[in-house]
Design a protein around this ligand. Structure first.
Ligand SMILES: N[C@@H](CCC(=O)N[C@@H](CS)C(=O)NCC(=O)O)C(=O)O
Length: 200
């Protein structure tokens, strides 16, 4: 397996999962966006992208799920067709669509696109939408230290990256459980959250 990606990007989710799982891999980290093979494995030429024997897999959460399913003995993801797997899907989709999308909208406008394409008028709207969703996560984390089955799983890798991204934008003010969750996960030796990028 080859992983195309580098910190601080969503490839950090995949690197964290690979290291938790102890799966052998080659990491392509240098000049990745110029790599002649990247678009073969990711149609938009983004990272992360996974090369599995010549087949491409993209989307960081999909890659993490695939990897965790390759090593079921590590217990990093609930078994397919179980209620816990449904909860895994619930929290990962929730974080990506109801929290990360808003944060990414602001980050991309403020830090990536040309000035003419920036939409500062959306920033408060995005922050409010993220925070309205984060209330649900805050409540769940007040009942359990981890999101699925009361133990660390790949759902925590995916969701905590979103939380750290929001943290760097100042979106988590007042969410004590989310803050404690991030700190708890940072104590794991394989954790890559410290590299989640800051807004300019
Ligand atoms: N939803 C995708 C997002 C992928 C993505 O946008 N990656 C960024 C880095 S975090 C990237 O490659 N940006 C380069 C670009 O947009 O050209 C995922 O989670 O993998």
């Amino acid at each position: 397996m080859r992983i195309f990606g580098f910190p601080p990007t969503r490839s950090d989710r995949v690197i964290w999962a690979l290291n938790e799982l102890g799966l052998a891999h080659e990491a392509i980290t240098q000049d990745v966006f110029q790599h002649p093979e990247l678009r073969h494995f990711h149609p938009l030429g983004r990272v992360p992208a996974l090369d599995v024997d010549g087949q491409g897999l993209f989307e960081s959460a999909a890659i993490c799920n695939y990897l965790a399913d390759q090593a079921p003995e590590r217990g990093l993801i609930a078994e397919p067709r179980t209620w816990e797997r449904a909860l895994h899907d619930q929290w990962t989709f929730f974080a990506l669509t109801e929290m990360e999308a808003w944060a990414w909208s602001t980050f991309r406008s403020a830090n990536i696109v040309p000035a003419a394409e920036q939409v500062p008028a959306m920033y408060d709207y995005n922050r409010n939408a993220y925070r309205a969703s984060a209330v649900a996560l805050e409540t769940a984390l007040s009942q359990s230290e981890y999101l699925v089955g009361g133990k660390f799983t790949v759902a925590d890798i995916i969701v905590s990256w979103t939380c750290q991204f929001g943290e760097n934008l100042g979106y988590n003010d007042g969410f004590e459980q989310i803050g404690a969750y991030i700190q708890r996960l940072k104590r794991r030796p394989c954790c890559t959250l410290k590299s989640v990028r800051q807004a300019a």
